[in-house]
Write a protein that binds this ligand. Structure first.
Ligand code: IPM
Ligand code: MG
Length: 375
């Protein structure tokens, strides 16, 4: 985005620590837009339990329409025990606000990067030699599989047993398009894709493997592709994480593996994500996408001001990269985060005592310093 048009950002803080970390992200967003000379307009609304309490819907049609009209959506985090027991009848999109948003925006490509940070090696469960330089990107299929397959349901059988079921289902085009996203991403990284599946037991796994292999062979012959069984891949990620570059996998497996990669960074609180309606080539701005930290709503620390805002701040970096085609700003944010961590300022999840506000201020100071150094 070149500053000739106002970028519209919808901020949906969600529940518990969600609004706290989203506010930190917004501070960084405003500062970076100012430094970059970009015009932005920010609107906020409700999502998740906060929306349920007011509207009896986890994501209203009105919020979805606002998201569809925006250039980017920044989400905090949703959910909490207060709303766990609520069962909404109808499609799965009514049961979870985030899922409704994902479907409504068609964001089938979830990019979940995780890297190791030198100054945080000691707070990870890994030896420095195992993780130094680890840098992986999970490309999660975000719009299909067992999250959406029909039929699904829970029923009481004649003998009184309760039967719950869902369908894991993929069609060729769904796998083809996410495979392309992974190969594209690998092309601007280290050129390697690991595709994870359970082709040894699952029908969808076989389709997944054959399809990813064909797209790789026919369209991306220069990208190195390996297929790993999901179970072994989790083991390999723990013992030799540096061997991974891009990981592509289905919706459920991607949900699982992307949390695991949080251990490489030192905390789930460090991880950003972007859910895009297309491959997200770096130079091309694409339609409304969702940017959100990978962590949950952490009800136990809500309101105490100690939530780690870095996942949200790095999600804003991804917003600049993918929604505004400003990878220069994304890089600047990442450097500012690195400087902050190197200076020893940390929230409790990464071994410190600093508050959300203190981290956010430190990142802002680093951004301003960097901007002055460039002048
Ligand atoms: C995630 C979350 C969501 C998911 C939940 C909140 C529906 O775990 O974004 O990883 O399962 O996709
Ligand atoms: Mg998850």
């Amino acid at each position: 985005m070149d500053g000739t048009r106002t970028a519209r950002i919808l901020v949906l803080g969600g529940d518990h620590i969600g609004p706290e970390v989203a506010a930190a992200g917004v501070e960084i967003l405003r500062l970076c837009a100012e430094i970059a000379g970009m015009d932005i307009a920010i609107e906020t609304d409700l999502l998740g339990g906060a929306s349920w309490d007011v509207h009896h819907s986890f994501c209203t049609d009105d919020v979805l329409a606002k998201a569809q009209a925006a250039d980017a959506v920044l989400v905090g985090s949703v959910g909490g025990p207060e709303w766990d027991e609520i069962v909404v009848t109808g499609p799965v999109t009514e049961q979870d606000g985030l899922i409704k948003l994902r479907v409504g925006l068609g964001v089938y490509n979830a990019l979940r990067p995780a890297r190791s940070w030198k100054s945080l090696h000691a707070v990870t469960p890994f030896r420095a030699s195992v993780i130094d330089g680890a840098d992986v990107l999970v490309v999660r299929e975000n719009a299909g599989g067992s999250y959406f397959g029909e039929p699904r349901g829970t029923e009481t059988l004649a003998d009184g047993q309760v039967r719950a079921f869902e369908m894991s289902e993929y069609r060729t085009p769904e796998v083809e398009r996410i495979a392309r996203c992974a190969f594209e991403a690998a092309g601007s990284r280290r050129g390697r894709v690991a595709s994870l599946d359970k082709a040894n037991v699952m029908e969808t796994g076989r389709l997944w493997r054959d399809t990813v292999a064909r797209i790789g062979r026919e369209e991306y012959p220069d990208i190195e592709l390996e297929h790993l069984y999901m179970d072994y891949a989790l083991y390999a990620l723990c013992v030799k994480p540096k061997e991974f570059d891009v990981i592509v996998t289905d919706n459920l497996f991607g949900d699982l593996v992307s949390d695991m990669t949080g251990a490489l960074a030192g905390s789930l609180g460090m991880l950003p994500s972007a859910s895009l309606p297309g491959p997200g080539r770096v130079e091309v701005a694409i339609g409304p996408a969702i940017f959100e930290p990978a962590h949950g709503s952490a009800p136990d620390i809500a309101g105490t001001g100690i939530a780690n805002p870095i996942g949200s701040i790095l999600s804003v970096a991804m917003m600049f990269q993918y929604a505004f085609a400003r990878s220069d700003v994304a890089t600047a944010i990442e450097s500012a985060v690195e400087r902050t961590l190197d200076s020893g300022i940390r929230t409790p999840d990464i071994g410190g005592t600093a508050t959300t506000a203190a981290i956010t201020d430190a990142v802002k100071t680093a951004l301003l310093n960097q901007a002055n150094e460039r002048k």
